[in-house]
Design a protein. Structure first.
Length: 317
């Protein structure tokens, strides 16, 4: 299974790099992640993703979010979820109009990430009110709010059919399980926004957390790129040694790609590849696949990291 995941990722990465525009090539690797769970042939998957990206370009113009370099990731996530550009436009417009009618905080990235998560999880435009109900229920006080993660988890819960009070209970349960396992509070709170949408066993987190941290010794690029939040997400899968082995192997496989990605990008890619190989948990709504959304989220985080640092990522032709 592990070899199959890596091989499919490499095939998708190659196909995306052949079809991507120059400014998209960093994020094309995150686009490849979105296609891991698809049954489509890599070439056909990329062909459909490029077509949807063109539709996004036509509908969004030059300046609307997601930015042009990120649209391929969104298009790929839509294809992986069996959705289209019109679905995305309709959902984002529904979120925009509902927020205006209700008042309240603006959504990050003009609602692009929330719209993608909601439709990928099975939501429809008429679920916009339910999304804001859930977002209000789970929102932390403004001074410690992690708005992007809150918006995505609220969208996922809504699409999965969870009621606001149920979403809050699951989120609080994930936070407590991670903190009890020894994950620092800030990282536990961030990781809970992903862990909460899975059925997890709280008892396996602590030993997996210890094993993963031990395995990261001497691997500074991998440890820094994933961060304690990422390690906490992986620990919630349990089976710490198998997860650690898959993480190291995935990181080495990604670093072997040409052109070679930076350590930070390689680590983020390796984390998602590890989940695809070793995930011992499944979404609370078994029929929904959220991997594509998480790949898009990882791309957004990578974009923020790249823009806020002096690092130059290789995107050579």
């Amino acid at each position: 299974m592990n070899g199959t995941v890596i091989e499919r990722f490499v095939a998708l990465d190659s196909a995306f790099r052949d079809g991507a525009r120059r400014q998209e090539r960093l994020y094309a690797r995150f686009s490849a992640l979105t296609g891991l769970s698809s049954d489509l042939d890599p070439g056909l998957f990329v062909e459909r993703a490029l077509a949807v990206r063109t539709q996004l370009d036509e509908g969004l113009g030059m300046w609307k979010t997601p930015a042009k370099a990120m649209r391929l990731v969104f298009a790929s996530a839509l294809v992986a979820s069996g959705r289209s550009a019109p679905h995305f436009f309709e959902m984002r417009e529904a979120l925009t109009q509902t927020r205006k009618a209700r008042g309240g905080r603006r959504l990050g990235h003009d609602g692009a990430c929330a719209a993608l998560a909601l439709i990928a999880a099975g939501g429809q435009p008429h679920h916009a009110d339910a999304f804001f109900d859930t977002l209000e229920a789970i929102a932390a006080p403004w001074w410690r709010r992690d708005a992007p993660r809150e918006e995505i988890v609220a969208a996922l819960f809504t699409g999965m059919g969870e009621m606001p009070d149920e979403a809050l209970i699951r989120l609080q349960g994930a936070r407590e399980a991670l903190r009890t396992a020894g994950v620092p509070k800030h990282h536990a709170d961030a990781a809970a926004c992903e862990v909460a949408v899975y059925d997890f066993d709280a008892a396996v987190i602590a030993p997996a957390w210890t094993t993963l941290n031990t395995a990261m010794r001497g691997r500074s690029a991998l440890r820094t790129g994933i961060g304690k939040t990422g390690l906490a997400v992986l620990a919630a899968q349990g089976n710490g040694q198998a997860t650690a082995d898959a993480l190291v192997a995935s990181f080495e496989a990604v670093r072997a790609l040409k052109p070679r990605p930076t350590g930070d990008v390689a680590a983020k890619l390796a984390m998602r590849l590890t989940q695809a190989q070793t995930g011992g948990t499944s979404p609370i709504s078994a029929a929904r696949d959220i991997a594509a959304v998480l790949a898009a989220q990882a791309a957004m985080i990578a974009a923020v990291s790249a823009s806020s640092s002096a690092a130059v990522v290789a995107v050579a032709t």
